[in-house]
Design a protein around this ligand. Structure first.
Ligand SMILES: *Cc1c(COP(=O)(O)O)cnc(C)c1O
Length: 459
């Protein structure tokens, strides 16, 4: 059988056996899928031997790029010892070392601030890290004698994962509405999406009207609310919505004033993505509970953590018979291979001075975005660190969007694909999320191809 027959067989088997996530499979089976066979640095190779620039870090996880020697070696070394053993009733060396490293990292990021994150709870993906945070917050209040705090406050346009708890606090109707009958009740405050302000204000005259709306909910319902859960600074899957300065601080202030916990879902923003190790650092805010996943292992292994404070942890301490235990855990909790990958990935931040070396790249991104913003089909461009969102509109002056069925974001992505760049849009928002390690040349190429693709798709 020839090489091309092999590819045909792969494609046929994909279509026959796999149900892809977030995918209309009727369209998928009519299309030609790209099958990735290899990766290196910020490039991916397909079964035909064509190389692509990985413009979204393989769904936001590959912060140091593919086949990073230090991480490859860490996994190989760990493999010679043990691949998996659980944290249920046992412990293992990589999970201990990683927990210590994570607390040192947050101590450095949040030096001198309160509260202090001091405990690490492991799980294996962003959604489970969020589930853990919700259950932890809820049960914390039970232990404190506040049994009515059974609800949560979250934002419109929030995306916190796909499990039922995470969807309950989500706020993207197109994904979440169909599941409404299964969800628990939550309160929703407007998101600070200034380009399309839900309250029809402009940033100059709004005085954070959206925070006032949040305060009104807390004033009335704080005795029912366990926590406010947010994606700090950038609401990612909601369209790379970048918050105005001061909003996060305002949320922390309200949480303290109304005695509710603050949960920060840094699954997308953590590990340098916004130009600081954690997005909360931009405003010197420390959450009571913080969720991390995506970049934690550089995409090598599924891993997530939920960090919290002594105050919350201590509330769960008691006699066995008191049933104060946190009854939650997954089979893969603290997986040694995943923890070994995470340790190596975190060590690279220092070794390669990632945060410092990102700064010129952020400057280039900002300059090029300014040029792109002038195109007639662009309503808004936003960025923080090496995250950017480019919002396509049908009419720049009225902000009329392209109808979502038109899939304009995907039309741009398909054009970019022809030029050897892989991106994945969020509706009408083009996402730019390259590996933090991308070279200046490759970043310029990425932005050039995206600009050209927008021009030709919207012509
Ligand atoms: C991706 C994401 C999640 C969900 O993570 P999974 O690993 O896909 O379950 C949760 N929160 C945020 C902010 C995310 O970007």
């Amino acid at each position: 059988m020839s090489y091309l027959d092999d590819i045909k067989n792969l494609v046929a088997s994909d279509k026959k056996y796999i149900w892809h996530p977030f995918t209309q499979m009727k369209e998928w089976i009519e299309d030609e899928p790209i099958i990735i066979t290899e990766g290196r640095d910020c490039f991916l190779k397909d079964a035909n031997g064509k190389w692509y620039l990985d413009g979204v870090s393989s769904i936001w996880v590959s912060i140091h790029g593919h086949r990073k020697k230090e991480i490859d070696d860490a996994i190989k070394n760990q493999l010679d010892k043990i691949a998996h053993s659980s944290l249920l009733g046992l412990s293992n060396i990589p999970s201990i070392e990683l927990a210590k490293k994570l607390i040192r990292l947050t101590d450095k990021s949040f030096a001198g601030l309160n509260p202090r994150l001091s405990k690490v709870f492991y799980s294996d993906n962003g959604s489970t890290a969020v589930e853990v945070s919700l259950k932890m917050a809820f049960q914390y209040w039970i232990h404190k004698g506040k049994k009515n705090k059974t609800s949560f406050l979250s934002l419109k346009n929030a995306y916190l994962g796909d499990t039922i708890g995470a969807v309950s606090v989500g706020g993207i109707d197109i994904f979440h509405e169909v599941f409404r009958p299964l969800l628990f009740k939550t309160y929703k405050a407007p998101s600070p999406y200034c380009y399309n302000c839900e309250l029809s204000k402009t940033p100059l005259e709004c005085s954070f009207a959206c925070l006032n709306e949040m305060e009104k909910i807390l004033e009335r319902h704080s005795d029912e609310i366990a926590a406010v859960i947010i994606e700090p600074i950038v609401q990612a899957a909601g369209g790379m919505i970048v918050w105005p300065d001061g909003y996060l601080n305002g949320v922390r202030y309200l949480c303290d004033k109304y005695n509710v916990l603050l949960i920060a879902d840094e699954v997308a923003t953590g590990f340098g993505r916004t130009g600081k190790m954690f997005a909360c650092e931009h405003e010197g805010v420390v959450p009571d509970i913080m969720c991390l996943s995506k970049g934690i292992t550089n995409g090598y292994m599924p891993l997530a953590v939920t960090l919290t404070t002594d105050k919350i942890y201590n509330a769960f301490l008691g006699e066995f018979k008191d049933l104060k235990t946190f009854f939650h855990g997954h089979s893969y909790t603290g997986n040694p291979l995943a923890c070994a990958a995470a340790i190596a990935s975190i060590d690279l931040f220092e070794k390669e001075e990632i945060l410092k070396n990102m700064q010129p790249k952020i400057a280039i991104l900002r300059d090029k975005l300014r040029e792109i913003a002038d195109l007639p089909s662009i309503g808004d461009v936003r960025n923080k660190g090496l995250i950017a969102g480019i919002e396509l509109v049908k009419n720049k002056s009225t902000k009329e969007p392209y109808p979502w069925e038109e899939k304009m974001g995907w039309k741009v992505a398909y054009k970019a694909r022809e030029e050897g760049v892989l991106i994945r849009p969020l509706g009408n928002v083009i996402v730019i999320m390259p590996p933090l390690s991308i070279s200046l040349e490759n970043l310029e190429r990425l932005l050039g191809v995206i600009k050209g693709s927008i021009i030709s798709a919207t012509r």
